[in-house]
Design a protein around this ligand. Structure first.
Ligand code: ADP
Length: 627
């Protein structure tokens, strides 16, 4: 019995088109064929359970092998097999019509990248690497005859009697010249590790040597010998398929190591498990973030029924949670469509919301369970929480209960706690509560000390995200504004009704201003004489909050917008009530006045780490002279 036929499709030459589109992703042929083998195996198990198959199931291991001489790769399963009629139906009609649909849909696609790997080409993907594909199969059905199908990727196929003696299917790929790289142990092992590592049926690829006990020697010591054993490449029941109740912390940590062998232990994890309105399981880990922008390295892996699909989980996982690690498995995520489709998909949106909610719940739980432990982890979690609150309204809503503010003394406060703490001393004359913060505790130390002396508290806002988080707080917290601690002299940071009167009269103030303007001689400073506490520094250099933020934003944007192009604009506040200023006024020689003014100004710069290079050297020299 031999039969030739033509696959009924409309589009001629499908193969070259598919090959072009899938050019960079040829390796997925193995994922598709091994998945088919696994499906066939699961189906025979199911039939046995349902009593529709009464034969022995036997060993169900799927085997992948290759022959370098014959240039073949073979995927063998002991699944349900196919009859000749089933091959015609499933392979010729269904599999090929899937391929036809693919071509119809994407022949006009502009961006090939958009569709590469997103369309499950299934069986047909074999032709990306094979010039000829052969199926040799025996169906589980009683009295079935083995069937063989061969096809060279054109629309011509051939069906004849096969020679398979036991239930199951061999798919034999005759590898084409361009794809001989796949006839390599390490190459295939690598692809299997990537896609098949957690498939639910054991996958064998070659053999490996193992040491096993071999009785005892005459001294009574254990003897060992090496034996060749099957190399099973996968873990058939990864933890996300199990119930959280059956798992211990060690299991989660061991799995993390399995996924990311070189990473430090994660901080904590969340086990995802839903079956309605969509199906999703997974484990998400919170990694230790060493460096704020290192997080892209280990990505969340997306699976569909334990088959690895991709680690590009954008759109499925909310942006801010891209920092997480782990796995998500869902048969409900449409895998074979383009990106724009994915974004519009209702399930994907629901999944996105679900994950956001789960993460928020977990953080709230950790916070409630043990505040101290939570605070200890804050350095690592803070980034997620702040980023999440800024980028997701829903998360911000929940996050306000567990986001923490840290002050320069190392104390942690929730938002309501902090407001309560600073309200008394830090409310200005317009009823605004002013939160003070430092971006560099060492550099801004002089200002922090001045603030503390006035019973003001200072927050630490030193991560790159804090810039945005500050704006978020101002938007969300009622009647609250934030100011960097060096945004003004301490008496003016928080404007109260009564300040100090300036002891200098108008003429004296004018004179002081002139002396300093001459001594400093720079366009980037504006000199102002003010009445401050005599306890404060004689001169303070500050940059106004608004101006500084604008400049910082221009810098981050990289462009030279209006504010970016502006020179630094510092305010030099002269404390009219300080005895040194009086001394400068009273100095006889103009030269001495300039010298003292310059010295006082340099001291102010020094206190803020702004005095460097030539100016610093000149300052040291002048100081020696003055002493
Ligand atoms: P899909 O797997 O998405 O259905 P494929 O193109 O990969 O599409 O396969 C088409 C059909 O061919 C399968 O649905 C299945 O019925 C049949 N098939 C493929 N491989 C095997 C196999 N190893 N054993 C039994 N049937 C198979």
């Amino acid at each position: 019995m031999q039969e030739k036929g033509t696959i009924s499709i409309h589009t001629e030459n499908i193969f070259p088109i598919i090959k072009k589109f899938l050019y960079s992703d040829h390796e997925i042929f193995l994922r598709e064929l091994v998945s088919n083998a696994v499906d066939a195996t699961q189906k025979i198990k199911r039939l046995a359970q349902l009593g529709q198959y009464n034969g022995e199931l036997g060993d169900l291991t799927v085997e992948v092998s290759f022959d370098k001489e014959k240039k073949t790769i073979t995927i063998s399963d002991k699944g349900l097999g196919m009859t000749a009629d089933e091959i015609k139906k499933y392979i010729n009609q269904i599999a090929f019509s899937g391929a036809t649909e693919f071509v119809e849909k994407f022949k006009d696609a502009k961006d090939a990248n958009e569709i590469i790997g997103k369309f499950g080409l299934g069986f047909y993907s074999a032709f990306m690497v094979a010039k000829q594909v052969e199926i040799n199969t025996l169906s589980y059905q009683e009295g079935a005859a083995s069937a063989r199908w061969t096809c060279d990727g054109s629309t011509e196929f051939e069906i004849s009697a096969g020679d398979r003696k036991t239930r199951g299917t061999d798919v034999i790929l005759h590898i084409n010249e361009d794809s001989e790289e796949f006839l390599d142990k390490w190459k295939l092992q690598g692809i299997l590790d990537k896609y098949a590592k957690f498939l639910p049926v054991p996958i064998k690829f070659g053999t490996k040597t193992e040491s096993v006990e071999d009785g005892v020697d005459d001294k009574g010591e254990k003897k060992w010998k090496s034996v060749e054993v099957d190399n099973i490449i996968n873990n058939t029941s990864p933890i996300w398929t199990k119930s959280p109740n059956d798992l211990k912390d060690e299991d989660y940590l061991a799995f993390y190591k399995e996924l990311y062998p070189f990473s430090e232990d994660p901080l904590f994890w969340i086990h995802l498990n839903v079956d309605y309105p969509f199906n999703l399981t997974g484990v998400l880990y919170f990694p230790k973030v060493k460096n704020d922008f290192e997080f892209q390295k280990n990505k969340i892996k997306l699976f569909s029924r334990q088959v690895f699909i991709t680690d590009e989980v954008k759109d499925i996982v909310p942006e801010f949670l891209m920092l997480l690690h782990g796995v998500i498995d869902s048969p409900d995520i449409p895998l074979n469509v383009s990106r724009s489709f994915l974004q519009a998909d209702g399930n994907v949106k629901k999944i996105n919301n679900y994950i956001t909610k789960k993460v928020a719940d977990k953080l709230a739980e950790l916070y409630k369970k043990d505040r101290k432990v939570y605070e200890e982890k804050w350095n690592d979690i803070g980034l997620f929480v702040k980023y999440g609150m800024i980028s997701e309204e829903k998360f911000a809503e929940k996050g306000k209960d567990f986001v923490l503010l840290k002050n320069t003394k190392g104390e942690f406060y929730t938002l309501p706690e902090y407001k309560e703490k600073v309200k008394a001393f830090q409310t200005d004359k317009n009823e605004q509560v002013v939160y003070l913060y430092a971006t560099d505790v060492a550099k801004q130390d002089a200002f922090i000390q001045s603030a503390n002396k006035k019973d003001y508290d200072v927050l630490v806002m030193d991560s790159p995200i804090d810039n945005h988080f500050i704006q978020h707080l101002e938007m969300k917290e009622e009647k609250t504004s934030l100011k960097r601690v060096d945004a003004d002299v301490v008496d003016k940071l928080i404007q109260k009704e009564a300040g100090y009167a300036n002891l200098l009269n108008e003429e004296q103030s004018k004179k002081v201003k002139e002396i300093f303007e001459k001594a400093i001689d720079s366009k980037s400073y504006t000199v102002e004489v003010e009445g401050l506490s005599p306890e404060e520094m004689p001169v303070t250099v500050t940059m106004e909050e608004f101006m500084r933020r604008m400049k910082e934003m221009a810098q981050m944007g990289g462009g030279m917008g209006f504010y970016g192009a502006m020179p630094d604009n510092y305010k030099v506040a002269i404390n009219g009530n300080h005895p040194l200023i009086d001394k400068i006024l009273k100095a006889e020689a103009e030269e001495d006045q300039t010298k003292l003014a310059k010295q006082a100004f340099d001291l102010a710069l020094l206190a803020q780490g702004l005095l460097t290079g030539k100016d610093l050297t000149a300052f040291v020299k002048r100081s020696v002279e003055l002493i």
